[in-house]
Each structure stands twice: as structure tokens, then as C-alpha cells.
Design a protein around this ligand. Sequence first.
Ligand code: GH3
Ligand code: MG
Ligand code: MG
Ligand code: MG
Ligand code: MG
Length: 308
Amino acid sequence: YITKDGRYSFNHVVKVIERLDRNRDIKVLVAEDSSTSRLFIKILLEQYRFNVVEAENGQVALAKLEEDPSIRMLITDFNMPLVNGYDLVRMLRYNSRFQDLVIIGLSAEGDNALSAKFIKAGANDFLKKPFYHEEFHCRVIHSLEAQEMLETIRDLANIDPLTKLKNRRSLFEEGEQLLRDNALGLSLAMLDIDHFKKINDTYGHLVGDSLLEAVGREFIEAFPDMLVGRFGGEEFCVVAKVEGQKFQDRLHAFLETLRLKEFTEGKIRLAFSVGICSDKVDTFEELIRMADQNLHEAKRCGRDRIVS
Ligand code: GH3
Ligand code: MG
Ligand code: MG
Ligand code: MG
Ligand code: MG
């Protein structure tokens, strides 16, 4: 970071400015009963351009976090009325919704067991009051960047980079979980683009890629409430908790809108063959296998159709 003559390097300064710029979009909740301390922490955070919200006790903090899922970080005092900081952290971490919230615990010096308690309950870090401003800033930024990196890595592991849909691995993982959680069963559709090889051969693979990219966007827009994944090359999977006929109607409407769309300058039109399975099954693989059989049947009968 430091150049030979002891100055910050240009790259470092650019990084700091970019960090400050990103912080504007990061909402931080400060839970602290002392209004002086709260104001002080708010000012420190605002120096780093964070968007700060406040809570005067643990109960208010919990309510604010529940109503505003855009809060990314919580800085919480230990001693507060109604719900203390330690219980707040425990309650939050018990709920899967708050797993990605960055939490930093704070308390006045004295109780050495407190930092261990906070960390065990799931806080990312802990600071004793009074603290140096520099240490506060470093810990806040480190915890935040560690969380951001974790989320980046998780996305890289789970999301197909071209279509932005779930990749095959996370499709299976989430599909199996969905099946375990839904005793009434699921509906699954396997969709395969018709004659996609011909599109590649005619227009080139880059045009093929941009079509898959566009198809991914269409899927995300059309089925925000369902599990959608890229099963393989030009094969997609949609998994839903809805009953078979309703599911088929939605897919049908989706394919009709896609059919009318002109993709890219080449005005390419896409058709799909689809196999659906809505039977009660024991494993996710079984559901895929049966939908795949119906997909083959759709291809065999002339393509551009749904078989269920
Ligand atoms: P069918 O109607 O029988 O499904 O014919 P098809 O040509 O779509 O099927 P086939 O399985 O023979 O070919 C699939 C093609 O999809 C071949 C492969 O090059 C192409 N493909 C798979 N993944 C990608 C990708 O990521 N990008 C591009 N551009 N093409 C891909
Ligand atoms: Mg307090
Ligand atoms: Mg295929
Ligand atoms: Mg195909
Ligand atoms: Mg084929």
C-alpha cells in the first residue's frame, strides 16, 4: 500500500475511495442504549459514508432488522434494556434469515468473558469500549469485506456465470431440500432448446452464448418464486411447489412469450421441448429422470411441445 517515499500508493487511494463509495449503499444498525455512545458510533460510521440507522435497545433493534432486510451490519452494545446484546445476537443467528448479517459486539471494559460469549453466539467480531477510532474502522471494514468475499465465493460456487441461474450442483442441493420440506410433492420441468446446435452452426457460438444469457434473464423474470437452474448446456430445470396443471399453464404461457420474442439482431426465435413430472417420488433424481423421459417423448413427437 505504501510507496518507497512513505506515501499511500495511487492504487491504494483508489481502493479506499471505491470502498467509501460502496459504503453509501450499506445500511448499518447501531443498537446502543446510551444516546451519547450511539451518536459517537454513528459519527464514526458516517465518516466512512455508511448509511446509519439506530435502535435504543435490543427489542427495537430486532424489530428494525425484521422489517428492513436491507440492513447489512449490526453494531450492538451488551448492556441494554429489554433485550441485551448477547441475547439479540443469539436470537438473530437462530434465524436463517440473519446468517449473512455482519455483527460486531461492543461493551465497556471489565467483563473478559463477554467477548467470548458474543463470538460464541455468532458475532463476527467484538470491541471493548473505549476503543481507538482506527481499530473500530479496521474491524468494521474487515468484517464487512470478509462477508462480501464469502458471498462472492458462494455465488461463484452456486451460480452459472453465463445464465445467472442456479448451476447443476446447487440445483440438486436445493431441489433435494425442497423435496424434503414438501410432503405434498413437487412439479419439475426439464426444458431443452430445439435445434440449438443449428443456431450455433449458423450464427456462431458467441451468438449462441448471448441467447442462453437472454434465456436466463427470461427465466429469472418469469419464475421468481420457483427454483430455476441450468441443468446442462441448453437444458434448464424449473421446480415448483404448485400442482401439475397450474404449473403446466405457467410454462405454456412462458414459452408463448418466448416464442414471440426476437432475440439479437439476427431476429432468432427459440422453441423448447419440455418434459414435466408431478408424481410423488422419493428422490429428486427420480423426479428429474421422469421429467427427462417426458422430454425425450416431446422431442420424439416433433419438438416444440410439453409432455407431462
Ligand atoms: P434438439 O432439438 O435435439 O435438442 O437439438 P439440439 O441441437 O438443441 O441438441 P444437441 O444436444 O444436439 O445440441 C445442443 C447444443 O447446445 C450443442 C452445444 O454446442 C450447444 N451448447 C451447449 N452449451 C452451450 C453454451 O454454453 N454455449 C453455446 N453457444 N452453445 C452451447
Ligand atoms: Mg449499554
Ligand atoms: Mg440438449
Ligand atoms: Mg436442444
Ligand atoms: Mg439433440
